[in-house]
Design a protein around this ligand. Sequence first.
Ligand code: SF4
Ligand code: SF3
Length: 551
Amino acid sequence: MNMFCYQCQEAAKGTGCTIKGVCGKTDDVANLQDLLVFVIKGISVYNREAVKKEIEEPGVDSFIINGLFATVTNTNFDRNVFIELVSKGLEIRNRLRKKIENAGGIEKKGNLHESATWNPSSAEEYDEKAASVGVMSTENEDIRSLRELITYGLKGMAAYTEHAMNLGYNDKSIHEFIQDTLVALTRDDLSAEELTSLVLETGNFGVKAMALLDKANTSAYGNPELTKVRTGVRNKPGILISGHDLKDIEELLKQTEGTGVDVYTHSEMLPAHYYPAFKKYSHFTGNYGSSWWKQKEDFETFNGPVLFTTNCIVPPSKKATYRERVYTTGSAGFEEFPHIPPRKEGGEKDFSQIIEHAKKCDPPVEIENGEIVGGFAHAQVFALADKVVDAVKSGAIKKFFVMAGCDGRMKDREYYTDFAGKLPEDTIILTAGCAKYRYNKLPLGDIGGIPRVLDAGQCNDSYSLAVIALKLKEIFKLNDINELPIAYNIAWYEQKAVIVLLALLSLGVRNIHLGPTLPAFLSPNVANVLIEKFGIGGITDVEEDLKMFLS
Ligand code: SF4
Ligand code: SF3
């Protein structure tokens, strides 16, 4: 075995990638990602102590957030980035350790975890160490499963926290929780029960992180509103922006204004169109293409440069002509793609290189010409609340189906297109995340003017769906969120979906069905706990599931 990774839904054979990632991640990069998480645990050990002693350093919280985010599936494939992050992490950790020693030493019983003491003499030792600190370093299958479930939740939480921080919103308690939890994951004395409580606590903080990001996004750009997004093209060169970071798209839109270059969104950037602040840009043309895994086709015909602000990157094939036109920024990275450096304090990122590149490119080839309707985050749904409540009371709407989450490339995800298409006409789909691309272009119509697919936005906007459910519970004067006529048929792929799931569980939502397969990182015992305690279920086939959900 060269590596072991089972953090996403496409883990090889449904158990784990051992030679190379199905995602394209090489074994050395997979192991270096594990090593980075290991070093971040060591930093957390000292940083929590430094905070107690009031001798903390600036920049440690954001280093941890950024490092965890870089290890999310399809975010960063660049070996050099991970070597640099591990080196920088060790420097931070050692500086903190020195400070603490000077201030009287660490107050800890027993030996420090190896992540706090490992001291390589050079980067040459990283690969060897990296191979021994990953998932399989925990022997007990159930403890391993719980530890990884928590770790993946933290990775997702870090991603959402980073977006909020980019907009100037921060919450110290989230960092404290992440770091305390990372320290807890180094302890061998925690029982399965204690780790299970930590899973739920991770969900609580997931809600906090998503609420923080919601506040950051809506304060900066206004509340998403009902929007028709064009899917056709114009006769000008364009830049295609993907990923989840709204600060990046804001700066790109500003810098492209008046340059003759259009901006289009791809995949999870589609919901940027729903924000009032971005509507003033006449060159913010529309959405091009589809979900992340279709990028190999979409990028070929787009003709212009592509900017990844976060996941999901698919490594291009050798023959791909677009490989010369892709850029990354933020946590995203791929060895041969030029990387746009971070903004300096108070400044903006400089996208001029991409803009100049775009000017030399042909306009995109039109691959469709229609529109996608979205913008149904909590404020827009609340504005329609009377209409929605009347439709429920009159029986025009019988049931809501939350079909949020991720999309993926495996054939079995056709299930979701089929499921959406076969839902009775008196049902509404509530969605968020790239899962929607499986059905957001289907002609599903509306119920008395309410579209049958209500898209709240990106995966993090699943928070909006929970806020909407809580509001409906209040309007219908119910005691329990689970008494609402809402069914949950959620698709997952990467670790952001893990934190969304844990957040929903912590809000009391039960009987969530998760597909297309249950996570490989759930051991049979841990899966049983989730089934028994929370009613988590998988999916079978469309007909059977429809019967089950509608019964
Ligand atoms: Fe495999 Fe997913 Fe890990 Fe990539 S992220 S190596 S596909 S389990
Ligand atoms: Fe999609 Fe990667 Fe998860 Fe943000 S873009 S939901 S998979």
